[in-house]
Design a protein around this ligand. Structure first.
Ligand SMILES: *Cc1c(COP(=O)(O)O)cnc(C)c1O
Length: 336
């Protein structure tokens, strides 16, 4: 990224773009075309509802990020119904199957790893429920799972999967990656009022020339290629395994705290703990931060009621060991 900026048109960027798009297919576990947008992941939340729905959307809501997807649908003038569970709970495939039996939906939106609660939804089983309905597309927010947990787009029947690059991909923020199935591309072709910036058709057309529809962040694109090479060299299975081990390590060492999510459906990239002893989380974060490390308060309404430890990306057990030494020392200093 510190190298000279390359032109966003021209042979150099085309070579990088082609390589990135090809390697994203491996990362996403798909034959579908993959694209990169200069955007936060929230941009693709908008793209999904604008390109894929003219009728009614079912949105699984199990925390702050999946609630955002629901709000995005409404703010784009779409008809949407929330399939809501309490924070910390999982959305089960049977719930989706029942909802799809009761009403017609042309799109189901789910979050894979709900970063605000630490829940990992059973996307494979939900995908099977959606696949029973020919006219229903399936879009999945994989922002905090991609690169840290298995995401198998084709096996799970996902029409559009999307992720940012700043979570388990361990890159600076600024790009979003997404895959689009032929069925989803077909739907996009007929969509009205889908806007310009996130028109999937434009991404497809420009990708045939190994280009992006508008100016992209070429420095981040170069970084994404670099990181994809590192991820594939580590091996996807090895990377997922490392994340599972990091999750166990953190949860074992902090077993004096109860976990917030359903124990059978926990994300391997983030641990959300209950704060049942009334610890002042904000000041604990400040104290830990003075040692050069950082963890997260609860998200939104879960602030101070929970705290979150991210164990994703390029971290190793030894980093978490150092982090937890600091965390425990700062915790002891509060008298808790
Ligand atoms: C971080 C996150 C988002 C939002 O990503 P942005 O790049 O900030 O738009 C969406 N969904 C999930 C699950 C996330 O963890």
């Amino acid at each position: 990224m510190a190298g000279p900026v390359i032109s966003h048109r021209g042979p150099e960027v085309e070579e990088v773009t082609r390589d990135v798009f090809d390697k994203l297919k491996v990362l996403f576990g798909t034959q579908n075309d993959c694209y990169v947008a200069l955007s936060a992941a929230t941009g693709i939340m908008e793209a999904v509802v604008r390109n894929l729905s003219e009728q009614r959307i079912l949105v699984g809501v199990c925390g702050a990020f999946s609630d955002r997807q629901f709000q995005v649908a409404l703010k784009n003038g779409k008809k949407a119904t929330p399939l809501q569970v309490k924070a910390g709970q999982v959305i089960r495939a049977e719930m989706v199957a029942d909802a799809l039996k009761k009403d017609d939906y042309d799109l189901v939106c789910m979050v894979h790893s709900e970063t605000s609660t630490g829940v990992l939804n059973p996307i494979e089983e939900i995908g099977q429920a959606v696949a029973e309905h020919d006219n229903t597309l399936f879009a999945v927010d994989c922002v905090s799972s991609m690169g840290g947990a298995p995401v198998l787009v084709d096996d799970w029947g996902i029409d559009v999967a999307f992720a940012g690059i700043q979570k388990a991909m361990a890159l600076p923020p600024g790009l979003a990656m997404f895959s689009v199935s032929p069925k989803a591309m077909e739907r996009s072709r007929e969509a009205v009022n889908k806007g310009q910036y996130f028109d999937f058709e434009n991404y497809r057309k420009m990708a045939t020339k190994n280009q992006s529809p508008a100016t992209t962040n070429t420095s981040l694109l170069v970084a994404l290629r670099f990181q994809l090479n590192r991820i594939l060299a580590e091996g996807l299975e090895a990377r997922w395994d490392r994340h599972a081990k990091m999750a166990s390590y953190v949860r074992d060492r902090l077993d004096r705290f109860n976990l917030f999510p359903d124990p059978d459906f926990m994300s391997p990239t983030v641990s959300v703990f209950r704060n049942e002893d009334g610890i002042n989380i904000a000041s604990l974060i400040d104290a830990v931060n003075k040692t050069g490390k950082l963890f997260g308060n609860g998200y939104g309404s879960l602030k101070e009621k929970t705290f979150r430890i991210g164990h994703m990306g390029d971290l190793q057990i030894e980093h978490l060991s150092e982090f937890l030494d600091s965390f425990e020392a700062c915790l002891a200093a509060t008298g808790a």
